[in-house]
Structure formats: C-alpha cells, structure tokens
Design a protein around this ligand. Structure first.
Ligand SMILES: [Zn+2]
Length: 242
C-alpha cells in the first residue's frame, strides 16, 4: 500500500514493514512475517519492479516478527540484511532474554498470534549472515537511511530515518496499537527488554524532521516524531497512574 511518494507499507495494523522505492532501487525496512513474502511480491508487481531491484533490508531489531522474509531475500536474491551490532546474535539465533507479557486482553492477543500463524510466523528463518550497523550511520542504500540507536525494546533496537520519504521507521521503540490489548494510539510497546531505557531513547527521535512515524505494529502516524514521542510519554504516565 502506498502511503506517500517513495513510501509503501506491507502488512497491516497487526504486523507491518516498509518499502522505500527510489530511482536507484528499493530499500526494505523490516521483513515482517514469512507470509509477507506474498505481500512483497504483490507490491513489487504494482511498482513494475522485482526482487532484483531490492538493494538491502534494514532490520529495526532482531525479533522474529520483524525478520520474516529477510533470510529468503538474502539467500535467493543476495540482498544484504542490516541490523545493529547489539541485535546481531538475536537475528542470527533467536536468543533473547525472557520478558513478561504485561497486560493483555484475550481477543487482541489471539488476533496477534493468529495472524502470526497465518503468516507462517512459527516458521521464521533466522538470518545466518548480517551486516552490522551503528548509531549515526548513513547507509549506502536507496533513500540513504540514517540509523538512530533506540536501545530499550532490545539492546540493538534502532529507528531508521529516511529523509527522502519524509519518514522514520521506529520498529518496536513505540507502538500505535498494542498487540496484546488492542489499545490504539502512540504508547510503549510490549515485550520490551528494558521499558525505562526505551522511554529514555524516545528523546533521540524527538528532533528528527519527518511527517510520518511508522511502527512495526499499529497504524502509521502522520505526525512529527516530537508529537508522537509526547503522546507515548503521556500514555506511559497514564499507565503508571492507573
Ligand atoms: Zn514486534
């Protein structure tokens, strides 16, 4: 689905990833669930392009609902997969600390796991070779994505700022739809390794110039990073007070 010039979304409000389309080729930000492969092919056809036009994948972090078709692109089409060094092990092996689920409601929780199952989420392949990136890097990929370190959800969580698309993809540094409660609007994401660190990291987003803030779960926010960060912090305060 096209959101804006150069900017497309694959998936839906349950799980999403993003495609940056330029004259120099395509950059993917996150790789959703394995079943999003078909969504990707459909979007490429709409654009009159093919997997051969994809120059790279940038993962916002190494969790299984973000790396879905990355290994397939890497092995079948030689597409390099970029991830922050601190999430490289998680991306290659799935090793991660166990975190509490926190609050949840049955319907949305089943909706999330049901969608994951339908999109072959249980058959995610880890990415056996990754290109490690660091905070502040500008990648030599279409759209010249800039890496912003956002530790908290995981040690190697990043936001990916793409000025050409006027957008910043934030992965699970925040969410606009809680996958376990179904609550919508900007808020902290569940399954977060270090929730306090995640909130502190949000300050790194606030100064970025963009009109779109794009989470891995929930509707795209057509708002500035500063506005979205304020909303997440307000939701966090409301949580703490309740
Ligand atoms: Zn996620």
């Amino acid at each position: 689905m096209k959101l804006a010039p150069h900017l497309h979304r694959l998936g839906n409000d349950v799980v999403a990833c993003y495609l940056i389309d330029t004259d120099e080729g395509i950059t993917l930000i996150d790789a959703g669930l394995p079943g999003h492969w078909n969504d990707l092919q459909q979007e490429l056809r709409t654009l009159g392009k093919s997997a051969a036009d994809i120059r790279g994948v940038v993962l916002t972090h190494g969790d299984s609902d973000h790396i879905g078709f990355a290994e397939r692109l890497r092995t079948e089409h030689g597409v390099p997969v970029h991830v922050h060094a601190a999430d490289a092990v998680r991306t290659r092996t799935g090793e991660k600390p166990k975190v509490a689920f926190g609050s949840m409601r049955l319907g949305p929780t089943l909706g999330f796991f049901g969608y994951s199952l339908r999109k072959n989420g249980m058959r995610t392949k880890y990415v056996s070779e990754v290109v490690e990136v660091a905070d502040g890097d500008t990648l030599e990929l279409p759209g010249s994505p800039v890496i912003v370190g956002m530790p908290g959800h995981s040690p190697g969580s990043i936001a990916v700022h793409v000025p050409l698309a006027d957008a910043v993809c934030v992965g699970d540094a925040l969410t606009t739809r809680h996958v376990l409660t179904g609550r919508t609007g900007p808020q902290p994401a569940p399954f977060t390794d270090d929730p306090d660190e995640a909130i502190t990291s949000l300050d790194r987003l606030a100064d970025l110039k963009a009109s779109w803030v794009l989470p891995g779960h929930g509707a795209p926010a057509h708002a500035t990073p500063a506005e979205v960060v304020e909303s997440v912090k307000a939701a966090k305060r409301a949580q703490a007070a309740s």
